[in-house]
Design a protein around this ligand. Structure first.
Ligand code: ATP
Ligand code: MG
Length: 272
């Protein structure tokens, strides 16, 4: 049975898609059969993996609307262990329809239970930057969630919203949902903004911080333009290495399934 990890936080531009793509690639490089699902109507995962309208032959919403079976929308990528399901929403009508469909809270969970998906060890779900609708049904289907943050005054309020949503989902839909951790992204050592952000986050969420921190790395953002995960673009860049560290941190944790949220751990590789 695949471990399903949602990448979510109600804030735009913090690195949800970047983390989804690079973590999925990291698991694939570690020889774990992985499926990345783009669950954001913005469709950014497709671009990050080099897909375009000509190479996409189906998406997750066609499965929700019974237009295609799940097998028909799985795309192979250049990594043999990484498969991908895109999200193509190119009209307002379609977006409205999707939001209506997502009122069925178990829609996505039911899709993920299909036999075809039993071959995967990891399923990574890239969520949109808002909480209702698609994010709720992603959290209803997920085993755990990674919450990326970047420096900024509003990080704490976005995290508080996220934790409230997680509590609601746990109380009402998916009591087994776990918090994989908060991931500091685009980290820059010795900057006042990060110093203040880490101080504020540590006050409220210290026990949830992942040990790995993703530094700000030009090659991570450049890789997008080449339609490749960072580790296939420049494997030795500090961003690629950090995503490999994150993969390793999670693999180690999942090999001991009872270890979650170790109080007192975290922030150990903040040197950049
Ligand atoms: P949205 O909410 O709009 O979906 P997002 O949270 O998915 O945004 P991304 O699209 O992953 O955010 O990242 C936003 C921008 O920041 C992108 O241009 C990406 O290349 C850049 N970025 C993300 N992580 C890093 C990093 N570690 N170093 C440098 N640039 C990064
Ligand atoms: Mg995104």
């Amino acid at each position: 049975m695949a471990k399903k990890i949602a990448i979510s936080v109600p804030k735009g531009g913090v690195g949800k898609t970047t983390t989804a793509v690079n973590l999925a690639a990291g698991f694939a490089v570690a020889e774990k059969k992985t499926l990345l699902i783009d669950f954001d109507p913005a469709g950014a995962c497709s671009l990050s993996l080099g897909f375009n309208e000509d190479t996409i032959h189906g998406d997750i919403f066609q499965v929700f609307s019974f237009v295609k079976f799940i097998d028909g929308v799985i795309h192979k990528t250049e990594l043999p262990n990484l498969d991908f399901i895109p999200c193509i929403v190119n009209s307002f009508d379609l977006e409205e329809r999707i939001h209506k469909l997502s009122r069925n809270i178990y829609l996505f969970s039911n899709v993920l239970e299909q036999e075809t998906l039993t071959e995967y060890e990891y399923i990574i779900i890239d969520c949109p930057p808002y909480m209702r609708g698609l994010t709720t049904i992603a959290l209803a289907a997920a085993d755990s969630v990674i919450i990326p943050v970047r420096a900024g005054k509003f990080s704490v309020s976005a995290l508080k919203k996220m934790f409230t949503q997680i509590e609601w989902v746990k109380a009402n839909i998916n009591s087994d949902l776990k918090i994989e951790g908060i991931l500091l992204n685009m980290y820059e050592a010795n900057t006042r903004a990060w110093e203040l952000t880490v101080k504020a986050l540590s006050k409220h969420f210290k026990e949830y911080m992942l040990k790995t921190v993703i530094p700000k790395s030009i090659s991570v953002s450049e890789a997008e333009f080449y339609g490749r995960p960072s580790m296939l673009f420049k494997v030795k860049s500090k961003g690629s290495l950090a995503y490999l560290d994150l993969t390793e941190e999670l693999l180690a944790r999942h090999s001991k399934p009872n270890i979650y949220r170790l109080p007192g751990e975290g922030l150990s590789n903040m040197g950049g």
